[in-house]
Design a protein around this ligand. Structure first.
Ligand SMILES: [Ca+2]
Ligand SMILES: [Ca+2]
Ligand SMILES: [Ca+2]
Length: 218
């Protein structure tokens, strides 16, 4: 069998286009002109991620400041009983969307801050109110969507004209919930628990009282 002598193999030629500037999220076409086999390689050089938060500088609202706690579900910030919090979502990512997990079709494109809240022994309902943001959501302990606030402005908003309210939402006592604030700037979030009454005034709410209508009953 005859073999081609090595000298008969055409030496490969190489052509390169290095560091050609491109736009993100854009379709390009490449034309290879050749008469036989070839190898084509495309390598993308991305914008750096200066604050190491997983978002390249070009897609990062704050390229030099990583988001704080509450940027994702797993780092939700605890809100103490019947309290509130002042937050600023400017440097947070948009982790709660219609395709994220957790997520919901009602999610907006705004940045998200995750909070957690554990109901007390006598909890019946929660009032969750947001001032200065877009919308709020209530999730259960595993992140399943329970409810989304409406566009009602909380009374404490003052001159602020955007907000969201979820009033008298029925909850279970001694149970962990999560709250998602969707906002692009500063906001105030308030969580108020409405407890079961203490009909016999013995210091035990009806829900935790073996005899809710008779004080000092054993
Ligand atoms: Ca970044
Ligand atoms: Ca969002
Ligand atoms: Ca009682």
């Amino acid at each position: 069998m005859a073999h081609c002598p090595p000298s008969a193999v055409p030496s490969p030629t190489a052509l390169s286009l290095i560091a050609f500037p491109v736009a993100p999220n854009t379709l390009y076409h490449i034309v290879v002109e050749a008469d036989a086999e070839f190898i084509i390689s495309v390598e993308e050089n991305d914008s750096p991620d200066s604050d190491n938060d997983g978002l390249c500088d070009a897609a990062d609202p704050c390229p030099n400041q990583a988001p704080g706690a509450g940027d994702v579900f797993a780092t939700a910030v605890d809100i103490t009983l019947s309290g509130g919090a002042v937050g600023d979502a400017t440097c947070y990512s948009n982790a709660y969307t219609d395709v994220s997990t957790p997520g919901d079709a009602s999610a907006s494109g705004d940045h998200d801050v995750f909070y957690s809240y554990t109901t007390g022994t006598c909890a019946l309902t929660l009032d969750v109110e947001l001032c200065g943001g877009d919308v709020l959501h209530l999730l259960d302990a595993s992140g399943a969507h329970l409810a989304t606030g409406d566009a009602t402005l909380p009374a404490f908003c003052g001159a602020i004209t955007n907000g969201s309210s979820l009033l008298a939402f029925p909850v279970a006592p001694n149970t962990l919930y999560h709250i998602v604030v969707e906002a692009d700037a500063e906001f105030i979030i308030s969580v108020e628990e409405n407890d079961s009454p203490d009909s016999d005034n013995d210091g035990l709410c009806d829900a935790a009282d073996p005899c809710p209508n008779q004080a000092r009953c054993r």
